[in-house]
Design a protein around this ligand. Structure first.
Ligand code: PEP
Length: 247
C-alpha cells in the first residue's frame, strides 16, 4: 500500500528568516495520513532536520562523488550528513540549465541510494514534445535511462513534471495526467517486476495548488505531489497537505 506524499521544492528560495513557515508546516504535518517532505536549500537542511518532528528533510541536487575538487557542488554524503533523508535529482531546471542528461541523473540517483538517501527522480516532457505527440516516448526514455538498476519503493520516488506546467499556472487535464501516470506504472512493473513497480510512489508536479491538489491526487496512479511555488509559504502548502491527506 503506497502512502501519499506531499513534497515541497523550495528551489533557490528560503532564508533563515523564513524558518517559521517550516515550523508551521511541521506542526500541520502531525498526524496526517501522508508523508511530508521539504526539499529546501542546502543552507537550511541542518536546522530543519534538527527542529522539526513530522516532516522529512530533503536536498534538491547532489554530485556523484562524495568529495573532491568540485567547487560549488554538494555531495549526497554531505546532504545526508546535514540531516536529509531525501534528494531530488533530474529536476527539469537542472536538465535544462546545467545540461544534465539521463546518464548523469542515473549516477546521481545511484550515489544518493548508496548514501542511504531516497531519490526523487523527475521526468517530464516539454510542450513541443507534447505537441508533436512524443510525450510517452520521452517519458519512457527518461524513466528507464535515469533509474538505477536496482530500485524499490523504499529507495525511489518518481515525479512526473511536465516542463510546461512548472511555474506557469498551467496543468495538464486529468486525462493527460492519468495517461502518463498509468504509463509510468506499467513501465515500472514491466521492467522491475510487478511487486516493485507497484510499490514505487509516482508524484505529479507542475502548478499544483490548494484548488487542484485533491482532484489530481485522487487519480489512481498519482501518489501525491511535488510542489514548487505553493510550497514556499505555510498558508499555501498546508491546504495541499490537507488535500493529499484525504486520499
Ligand atoms: C517544481 O519545480 O518542481 C514545481 C512543481 O514547481 P511549481 O509547483 O511551481 O510548478
Amino acid at each position: 500500500m503506497r502512502r501519499s506524499i506531499a513534497a515541497g521544492n523550495w528551489k533557490m528560495n528560503g532564508l533563515r528568516e523564513n524558518f517559521n513557515d517550516i515550523l508551521l508546516i511541521d506542526a500541520a504535518s502531525e498526524n496526517v495520513n501522508c508523508d511530508v517532505i521539504l526539499c529546501v536549500p542546502d543552507t537550511l537542511i541542518r536546522e530543519m532536520s534538527e527542529k522539526t518532528k513530522n516532516i522529512f528533510s530533503g536536498g534538491q541536487n547532489c554530485h556523484i562523488e562524495a568529495s573532491g575538487a568540485f567547487t560549488g557542488d554538494i555531495s549526497a554524503e554531505m546532504i545526508k550528513d546535514a540531516g536529509a533523508s531525501h534528494v531530488i535529482v533530474g529536476h527539469s531546471e537542472r536538465r535544462v540549465n546545467y545540461n544534465e542528461n539521463n546518464n548523469l541523473i542515473k549516477s546521481k540517483a545511484q550515489t544518493a541510494l548508496n548514501e542511504g538517501l531516497k531519490a526523487i527522480i523527475c521526468i517530464g516532457e516539454t510542450l513541443k514534445e507534447r505537441d508533436t505527440g512524443i510525450t510517452l516516448d520521452i517519458i519512457k526514455k527518461q524513466l528507464l535511462d535515469s533509474l538505477p538498476q536496482e530500485i524499490t519503493g523504499e529507495t525511489i520516488i518518481i515525479a512526473y513534471e511536465p516542463v510546461w506546467a512548472i511555474g506557469t499556472g498551467l496543468t495538464p487535464t486529468i486525462e493527460q495526467i492519468t495517461e502518463v501516470h498509468d504509463f509510468i506504472r506499467a513501465e515500472l512493473e514491466n521492467n522491475y517486476g510487478k511487486k516493485i513497480g507497484h510499490s514505487v510512489n509516482i508524484l505529479y508536479g507542475g502548478s499544483m495548488n490548494a484548488k487542484n491538489a485533491h482532484e489530481i491526487s485522487a487519480i489512481e496512479n498519482v501518489d501525491g505531489g511535488l510542489v514548487g511555488g505553493a510550497s514556499l509559504k505555510a498558508e499555501s502548502f498546508i491546504p495541499i497537505i490537507n488535500a493529499l491527506n484525504l486520499n
